[in-house]
Design a protein around this ligand. Structure first.
Ligand code: NAP
Length: 247
């Protein structure tokens, strides 16, 4: 899969799945911009990894839930790298708790980052993709958005929203040469799953037919495929990557 000459934006590329996606896109020849919200040091490290593949890399601090910050993010990338051909809406958070204990701030934070953030980035980037009649948009959803998950009403709603958004935008942009797909990871080894209690993790792993957590690289491999011309006839799909958790 050859992505030479392409420019990608990976939101939340400083850690976990986004970090691995950014590095794999660079390995396949794309120049890559990543965004982060807190961890500048980690983001700078990822840029160094990207540049090892002799492509351009840059990182920008931008909260995807804030419209003015997303605008500055997209403008900065266009100034430095010229355009955006591949958008990976990866930035995401969870604030897990039982519904009756959930407060509205926990609801809003998750919906604003995971769903509104995906909308804000996609709307801005799609404008240029429509003019070019080319683009690949990949949204990182979750199996929680497909099947729901205990203690994750806010997170599951945000990810189900991302899946519906993916389908609607895919229909709208298909005739403009733009593919829009979602990826729904199961349990992947990152800071997000590190935070789970050991017994919760063990119970969850029992629900995975492959009997193990996935790696960020597993997800990155699928994203590279969806960013490449090998997936040109695929749009509006949500592909589970979960060791068989959801069938
Ligand atoms: P992670 O390790 O916690 O990393 C989250 C990334 O998102 C970090 O780069 C973080 O930046 C960034 N971020 C958080 N809030 C942001 C905001 N408001 N604006 C911009 N960036 C923000 O998470 P992960 O496990 O890699 O998850 C990545 C994506 O995969 C998320 O959408 C998540 O929901 C989804 N997912 C994960 C799993 C899993 O098992 N891990 C399963 C299904 C889906 P800082 O470093 O600056 O904080």
């Amino acid at each position: 899969m050859d992505l030479s000459g392409k420019v990608a934006l990976v939101t939340g590329g400083s850690r976990g799945i986004g970090r691995e996606i950014a590095i794999e896109l660079a390995r396949h020849g794309a120049s890559v911009a990543i965004s982060y919200v807190n961890n500048e040091e980690k983001a700078v490290e990822v840029v160094k990894e990207i540049q090892k593949f002799s492509v351009k890399g840059m990182c920008i601090k931008a909260d995807v839930s804030k419209e003015e910050e997303v605008k500055k993010l997209v403008d900065a990338i266009k100034d430095e790298l010229g355009t955006i051909d591949i958008l990976v809406n990866n930035a995401g958070i969870n604030r897990d708790t039982l519904l009756i204990r959930m407060n509205t701030q926990e609801w809003d934070q998750v919906i604003d980052t995971n769903l509104k953030g995906t909308y804000l980035c996609t709307r801005l980037v799609a404008k240029d993709m429509i003019k070019k009649r080319y683009g690949k948009i990949i949204n990182i959803a979750s199996v929680a958005g497909v099947a729901g998950n205990y203690g994750q009403a806010n997170y599951s709603a945000s990810k189900a929203g991302v899946i519906g958004f993916t389908k609607a935008v895919a229909k709208a942009l298909a005739s403009r040469g733009i593919n829009v797909n979602a990826v729904a990871p199961g349990l992947i080894e990152t800071d997000m799953t590190q935070a789970l209690k050991e017994e919760v993790k063990e119970t969850l792993i029992k629900s995975v037919p492959m009997g193990r957590l996935g790696s960020p690289k597993d997800v990155a491999n699928l994203v590279v495929f969806l960013a490449s011309d090998k997936s040109d006839y695929i749009t509006g799909q949500t592909i589970n990557i979960d060791g068989g958790m959801i069938m």
